[in-house]
Ligand binder design. Structure first.
Ligand SMILES: Cc1cc2nc3c(=O)[nH]c(=O)nc-3n(C[C@H](O)[C@H](O)[C@H](O)COP(=O)(O)OP(=O)(O)OC[C@H]3O[C@@H](n4cnc5c(N)ncnc54)[C@H](O)[C@@H]3O)c2cc1C
Length: 421
């Protein structure tokens, strides 16, 4: 739980050089809510500012145990998200920053490239669109000639064509987050683990700072508009801190934090798109590159694909299943969905031994509607990263789904820019 001990520790820093219009009596200059990859990167970036005193508040007893550790660990190239979107801008910047960070800090990563495969003329049309878009923004992609494809990955089937993205890769997400957390703490940042935020009071007349209460109980996760706990339910003595600015990077629960701060007409409703993964226990076939199907316009994800982890193990997934709760994390043992995933896998890897494919784990994409993950088709959902009007110092991050891991370092720069420029 976040206690006055954390605040008192921070108050021992005697010099305040952080410049802000807020009165200088807050316990912290910045409170970052949520210690996933994005919150960790933001906390680290803000703690680099002269005089900053950042507290990173996390409801679990460890960092990075939600969506940031339940994904494909792919360093995306930025191929799918269209012109003039935050996802494209931050993914491309974030990818370069990620490779650079991993090299400098010895974080496991692999620039293994990726193939997007088309089985039909219609799918070929989709990957041609991806290629045209990539060309238009200067991202490298190329069509792989059939004979080259046969020689490099004889096991991969692509009846109509293959588009290769050489800058795509894979990262050890746990190693990456541990490294970010180490940087943050070395810079003097405070981490408050096991501290679910239960209530937030925005600045008001005579009260220039944000006040954040934490509890030992989980916040109501599935409620789009969590109830503000009754005063009597919150112990004012031991469980709040004050902060000049607040950054909401609570992932699947970010709408709940949004709704604790903003008035009812600005409340948001979360949507959840679960993705189940499948393990593969055989060592054959074993491509050395990632393999994705052609994107399906309007789909909430990128299609059941083949990824590799840092140990070279294959996994398949994730599919897309709309669920009602962010806690619905057990991989779905639904025979229809399993059969559909197997069909998709067999379409690009016909030699796969389907008996060796088993349910593995699941992750949930934080969505702001039943919206698409790719820009082709209707209803594309971009990242929402805004300094909220009328709430000085509140930076709100919503819908940080894929490519949020890839973009984490550039999202941190974006938050820094919103606060300081
Ligand atoms: C199936 C799937 C596959 C994906 N694949 C990729 C990929 O290959 N490449 C890629 O770049 N991205 C991928 N992503 C996206 C990526 O995983 C996310 O964008 C990224 O992990 C989001 O990080 P985050 O820090 O915003 O959220 P999270 O990791 O969810 O962290 C939020 C944190 O906030 C904490 N929190 C919540 N509420 C509170 C509260 N009230 N008080 C205190 N703490 C709180 C949570 O405990 C959690 O630790 C994928 C996502 C999914 C679901």
């Amino acid at each position: 739980m976040l206690s006055h001990r954390a605040a008192a520790k921070a108050l021992r820093h005697s010099v305040r050089t952080f410049s802000s219009t807020s009165a200088p009596q807050a316990d912290f200059t910045h409170a970052v809510i949520g210690a996933g990859a994005v919150g960790l990167a933001i906390a680290r970036r803000l703690q680099q500012v002269d005089g900053a005193r950042v507290v990173l508040i996390e409801k679990h007893g460890i960092v990075g145990s939600e969506t940031s550790s339940r994904n494909s660990e792919v360093i995306h190239a930025g191929l799918y998200y269209g012109h003039d979107t935050l996802k494209t801008k931050l993914c491309i910047q974030g990818k370069d920053m990620m490779y650079d960070y991993c090299k400098r800090n010895h974080v496991g990563h692999m620039n293994c490239g990726k193939w997007i495969v088309a089985q039909t003329e219609e799918q070929m049309g989709e990957i041609q669109k991806v290629h045209d878009f990539a060309k238009s923004i200067g991202l490298p992609t190329r069509f792989v000639p059939k004979d080259e494809a046969k020689q490099r990955e004889p096991e991969v089937r692509a009846e109509a064509g293959i588009l290769e993205s050489p800058t795509t890769g894979v990262v050890d997400s746990h190693g990456f987050m541990q490294s970010l957390h180490g940087d943050f703490e070395e810079l003097g940042g405070d981490t408050a683990l096991a501290s679910p935020v239960t209530r937030i009071q925005a600045p008001s007349d005579g009260n220039p700072d944000y006040k954040i209460w934490t509890g030992s109980m989980e916040p109501i996760p599935s409620s789009p508009t969590p109830q503000t706990p009754e005063q009597s339910a919150v112990s004012e003595d031991d469980s709040f801190i004050t902060t000049e600015t607040i950054i909401n990077s609570a992932g699947l629960y970010a709408c709940g934090i949004n709704n604790m701060i903003l008035p009812p007409e600005r409340h948001r409703t979360p949507f959840y798109a679960k993705g189940t993964y499948f393990s593969y226990s055989k060592s054959h076939p074993k491509p050395s590159t990632l393999v994705y199907p052609a994107p399906t316009p309007g789909l909430g994800g990128l299609g059941t694909h083949l990824t590799l982890d840092m140990a070279g193990r294959i996994r398949f997934g994730p599919d897309v299943e709309w669920v009602d709760s962010p806690n619905d994390l057990a991989p779905t043992p639904n025979s229809k969905r399993f059969a559909a995933a197997i069909e998709e896998i067999k379409s690009f890897l016909p030699g796969v031994d389907t008996d060796a494919i088993a349910l593995d784990y699941a992750g949930i994409r934080p969505k702001l509607g039943r919206l698409s993950a790719v820009s082709s088709g209707k209803g594309f959902q971009d990242f929402y990263i805004e300094k909220e009007e009328g709430f000085e110092g509140f930076v709100n991050l919503l819908g940080i789904e894929s490519p949020g891991l890839t973009s984490s370092l550039s999202i941190a720069e974006e938050v820094y820019r919103l606060l300081y420029r």
